[in-house]
Design a protein around this ligand. Structure first.
Ligand code: IYR
Length: 230
């Protein structure tokens, strides 16, 4: 690497280290914890503190990104009027999706989840986090393209979902399509495109979720380990 060209000074990596036994236990516990996360569509209107959302979003913003461009904006919507506008616009698009825009196969795949065009959670959940991707930045009036934007913002959203679960809250990764109404309602600049709409809150009392099964290790992992020694 050309050290003279580096913008960032390098500092010692400050990681935590564990014994192999501890790492194994932590990995198993984290897996078991994350395996209990699922999308929830029935929210309580119980408020959540702003500070809590702040921590969740700042956790999301620790994700890696192409060339460290951090090409994301998280719009946190608690204003009931904006939530209503978003619900109305989303339901308008979803009505069209469920009445002709989605293929028969798609509707059949969704049927077990019991979704339809009604999206009451967009008003009930205390906050909607609308994740925007920045396809480019404007620096000194110049357009500067970002890199691996979908990968970067997808990673940040994954971190966000993990943080929400870790805090004992629930979320839904909602994709009303097309989503450009979000850009208009939230008055976002041209370089920001809506990526995902994530209602966050506590689950409604008695909320139910589909009993989904996850794929087994053999179905998702392919090992390439070479010859074992000894
Ligand atoms: N966006 C619609 C449809 C939908 C699509 C997929 I793929 C899902 O996993 C769930 C729903 C909706 O939110 O209802």
């Amino acid at each position: 690497m050309n050290r003279a060209a580096k913008d960032f000074p390098f500092v010692p990596y400050q990681g935590q280290s564990f014994s192999e036994v501890e790492s194994l236990a932590r990995a198993r516990q984290f897996y078991e914890y994350m395996n209990r996360r699922c999308s929830v569509r029935e929210f309580s209107d119980r408020p959540i503190p702003r500070q809590l959302i702040m921590h969740l979003v700042m956790t999301a913003a620790t994700a890696p990104s192409g060339a460290h461009k951090q090409p994301w904006t998280f719009c946190v919507v608690g204003d009931p009027q904006l939530k209503r506008q978003i619900r109305e616009a989303a339901e308008k698009e979803e009505f069209e999706n469920y009445h002709g825009r989605m293929s028969e196969d798609w509707l059949r795949d969704l049927a077990p989840l019991g979704t339809d065009w009604h999206k009451p959670f967009l008003e009930i959940a205390p906050y909607l986090i609308v994740v925007f991707k920045k396809v480019y930045d404007v620096i000194d009036g110049q357009k500067r393209k970002n890199y691996y934007v979908n990968e970067s913002v997808g990673l940040a959203t994954g971190f966000l979902l993990a943080a929400i679960h870790h805090a004992g809250l629930v979320a839904l990764t909602h994709t009303p399509s097309p989503m450009n109404f979000l850009q208009k309602i939230l008055n976002r600049p041209e370089n920001e495109r809506p990526f995902l709409l994530i209602p966050v809150g506590y689950p409604a009392a008695g909320a139910t979720v589909p009993d989904l099964q996850r794929k087994r290790a053999e179905e998702v992992i392919v090992w390439y380990e070479g010859e074992k020694e000894g």
